[in-house]
Design a protein around this ligand. Structure first.
Ligand code: SAM
Length: 376
């Protein structure tokens, strides 16, 4: 049973959990910006048949609290999708219609509620696609913790949507309201091309993809680690981002089946495109799965799991996602399988991996990162 907490909203009290599930959860499934939005809406005279487009509802708190209306949730996160389903079910509420960030919501909405994403590229991508959906400026309300609204955010609103003004703060959160109606323009392509001639790779990174402007130093070291690994036939690239690690595995072991997993739909789309352009034969038989870790994976275990784990979830920095990913690997690693992890030295992943698997060796290192190989 995941840990839960109660959100007291103007529309009712709701028991909510957050993902990834962990026993002693210290974070809530909502923040003060969600509460501010819900109280702001409660002061309006909202028709019962109103249609809401909720964007970036990271744990489904808004979708649950507003489920009496017709809600569509647009997000770049499998966690958001799964949490909104779980939280609505727990509270016997109708789940929202989910639209992944790789698709653009269609239809007309009476209100658009926009939680600011952490990624600036995702912010720009979403604002451009939201512009044609906004019926009138007062029908769009953005919200975030005050510390995440700087002048760049306000400038991006002006450049990609319409001039906007942050409200006064309430419990350290602010709303952002539009000062005029947006003038929709043709959205720009959100992909960035990253050319890595020294590796013989060209990667297309969509909005929100990790390290989309340059190759991450940890990922580069991990590529050296992959060169040292024994043969593998069933490989998972867990938290694949643009798919670099899985693609390198496919090149090293052309007969292997490669599975790409990520929370981000835009990352999965990037990995799929990159595998097709860099390793076409392997790409055709690879699988591309948006999920919270390996939580919905039920197929055969892997003999190799590659993982460059995230060190934050939205604005929450920490190793909690890495830990739940490693625990998922315990379930889905074949008895003779190996998990290969890259991490910042100071994070001490080797202690945890040794506890979980019994053995953990350092196979590559530089002054900042280590590549670890854990096995039973
Ligand atoms: C540090 S990046 C690594 C990306 C890529 N593998 C590389 O080495 O460049 C971590 C990735 O984990 C993904 N991620 C974060 N939380 C996740 C979760 N709960 N389940 C699956 N993927 C997750 C992020 O979207 C991100 O793409």
């Amino acid at each position: 049973m995941p840990a839960t907490a109660i959100l007291n909203a103007p529309t009712g009290s709701f028991t909510l959990s957050r993902r990834p599930h962990r026993d002693r959860e210290t974070l809530q499934a909502w923040d003060a910006a969600d509460e501010y939005l819900l109280h702001h809406l409660a002061a309006k005279d909202i028709a019962v048949d109103s249609r809401f487009l909720i964007v970036n509802d990271s744990q489904g708190a808004l979708s649950t609290a507003l489920a009496d209306y017709s809600c569509t949730l647009w997000a770049d996160s499998a966690i958001s999708q799964l949490s909104s389903l779980e939280n609505c079910a727990r509270n016997e509420r109708k789940p929202p219609l989910f639209v992944p960030a790789t698709e653009i919501p269609q239809g007309s909405y009476d209100y658009i509620l926009y939680k600011l994403p952490k990624s600036r590229s995702l912010l720009k991508y979403q604002l451009q696609h939201l512009a044609p959906l906004i019926a009138a400026p007062e029908r769009f309300i953005a919200a975030a913790m005050a510390r995440h609204i700087d002048h760049h955010v306000v400038t991006h609103f002006a450049d990609y949507l319409a001039p906007a003004r942050p409200s006064l703060a309430r419990k350290k959160a602010r709303l952002i309201e539009l000062l005029e109606a947006p003038t929709p323009k043709a959205p720009a392509d959100d992909s960035k091309v990253l050319s890595l001639p020294e590796l013989g790779l060209t990667l297309c990174n969509r909005a929100n993809v990790f390290s989309r402007d340059k190759l991450d130093r940890g990922s580069r070291l991990m590529l050296k680690g992959i060169e040292l690994l024994p043969n593998a036939t069933r490989v998972a690239d867990l938290g694949c981002g643009n798919g670099l690690l899985g693609i390198s595995a496919a090149r090293r072991w052309p007969d292997a089946s490669i599975y790409f997993f990520d929370d981000s739909f835009l990352a999965i789309d990037s990995a799929c495109k990159n595998a097709a352009s860099n390793t076409p034969t392997a790409a055709a038989k690879a699988r591309y799965i948006a999920d919270d870790g390996l939580s919905n994976y039920t197929d055969e275990p892997f003999d190799l799991i590659l993982c460059n784990p995230p060190f934050h979830q939205d604005h929450h920095v920490g190793d909690h996602i890495a830990k739940t990913m490693f625990q998922d690997c315990v379930t889905h690693l074949a008895p003779e399988g190996r998990i290969c992890v890259v991490g910042n030295r100071h994070l001490g992943y080797h202690v945890l991996l040794k506890q979980l698997f019994g053995h953990c060796d350092i196979i590559a290192s530089d002054p900042k990162f280590v590549v670890l190989l854990a096995y039973r």
